[in-house]
Design a protein. Structure first.
Length: 280
């Protein structure tokens, strides 16, 4: 029977595939949809083709799926019209829909985790200042290429590229987008460094009752998230079915990336110090 670890890539791929198909049914603008989801259509087959030769960590798989969902949601409504962005605009008293900023933050955060993992596993660089610098440069280069693609679309399509660009009248949109990518890269590197130092190589061993407690609590919290997120996400997404896709994506992120961080604590439960003069 396949392990949970081996099923995760298929689960994430299925989730992204369902979201992609749902978004393709009636996007706000078909041409913009194609441009927004193009990275998903390019990267997903590459990851499938290289999965056996270079399997990614669970964290990176979940983050890539989350980034794909951000792109798909943006393609469905266009970035300037995503309901979640309008809600954030009202809550934070902003003068524009900030969903575009979320997309560019992810554009820095996720590639930072990916670049760091590739460089370390291929032993191109070791932990330290040079790794931080090179990964940040890689993320800024990716952001710059994306801005060049947006510029080319604007030149080729004229006013028709407005939905794809999502500038919303901001003359500094390009600079703001790259700043968000830089922030995402720095946050991604900081998060990965902290995660490596404390939670890499999760130890699933524990006494039997701690295993039961860990499983029951994990399931309870996951089911609780499923119930608690339903109403607010439906409200944020204007009742669209994409809310359910986002809800289950968040559940997967919690179950596969956040809850395992507690395994070390559960493993320490019930451990008794050895009595002097006795053997295990």
């Amino acid at each position: 029977m396949p392990s949970a670890e081996s099923r995760l890539p298929l689960t994430l791929l299925g989730l992204v595939g369902l979201a992609l198909m749902a978004s393709a049914l009636a996007p706000y603008d078909r041409a913009t949809w194609w441009m927004e989801v193009a990275p998903v259509l390019i990267v997903a087959p590459l990851l499938v083709a290289t999965h056996r030769r270079f399997p990614l960590t669970t964290l990176l798989q979940v983050l890539i799926a989350a980034h794909a969902l951000v792109l798909i949601v943006g393609g469905t409504w266009t970035y300037a019209r995503v309901p979640l962005g309008f809600w954030l605009q009202d809550v934070l008293a902003l003068d524009r829909n900030p969903y575009d900023r979320i997309g560019h933050l992810m554009q820095g955060f996720v590639p930072a985790i990916a670049a760091r993992e590739i460089l370390l596993r291929h032993r191109v660089l070791r932990e330290g200042g040079w790794l931080f610098f090179v990964v940040t440069c890689v993320c800024l280069a990716i952001s710059a290429v994306y801005e060049l693609v947006e510029w080319a679309a604007a030149v080729a399509l004229g006013q028709g590229a407005e939905a794809f660009l999502g500038t919303q009248g901001d003359p500094w949109d390009t600079q703001s987008d790259m700043a968000m990518a830089l922030l995402g890269a720095v946050l991604g590197m900081t998060f990965a460094y902290w995660l490596d130092r404390r939670y890499v190589h999760f130890d699933v061993r524990a006494v039997w009752w701690a295993q039961v407690l860990k499983t029951v609590l994990g399931l309870a919290i996951t089911i609780g998230l499923r119930a608690a997120l339903k109403a607010p996400l439906l409200a944020l997404c204007g009742g669209h079915n994409i809310a359910n896709l986002i809800r289950y994506a968040l559940m997967v992120i919690f179950a596969a990336g956040i809850w395992p961080m507690t395994f070390g604590w559960f493993g320490r439960l019930g451990r008794n110090k050895p009595v002097p003069g006795t053997s295990d």
